[in-house]
Write a new protein. Structure first.
Length: 153
């Protein structure tokens, strides 16, 4: 899910504007039975900036699911590494380009801070663990939820 902070300066002026967002998630899920490492790159081309605060820009969407059932494995490691896109309405246009900080490289103008732990919870899909990545300047949040599902071998 992608949302904007209520005080996001750039999007408060563009209520109702259209745009697109994409982000990259590095996923590592390893166990004795299965090994997966990869980059997921979901893209959302038809976004409309909501009128009110608290409404998501991108609703909850499934990005990945393990194919094999296995036991005694920890949670997969997920990290949002970049967020990009744009919003425009008439003459006004906002570009969003946020990346993680890397050793030996200058701090990016719109730094993406990954790995902010949120409170675990539950919803209609089940119990979840949640993590947030937040952009410093554009004030966007990418929330990732991990749902542990019991399997019986």
């Amino acid at each position: 899910m992608v949302s904007a902070e209520p005080d996001a300066p750039s999007l408060t002026r563009l209520r109702g504007a259209k745009g697109e967002l994409s982000f990259t998630v590095r996923l590592s899920a390893n166990s004795k039975e299965s090994k997966f490492f990869g980059m997921l790159r979901p893209s959302f081309p038809d976004i409309v900036v909501p009128d009110g605060a608290g409404k998501p820009l991108v609703p909850q969407t499934k990005l990945w699911e393990e194919d094999l059932c296995h036991q005694r494995r920890g949670l997969p490691k997920v990290t949002v590494t970049q967020l990009g896109g744009h919003f425009s309405e008439g003459e006004r246009r906002i570009e969003i380009s946020a990346v993680n900080r890397h050793i030996g490289v200058l701090v990016p103008p719109d730094e993406l801070t990954p790995g902010i732990k949120l409170e675990p919870g539950s919803d209609n899909f089940g119990v979840f663990y949640a993590f947030r990545a937040q952009t410093r300047i554009s004030r966007l949040n990418v929330d990732l939820k991990i749902y542990p599902i019991d399997c019986f071998l």
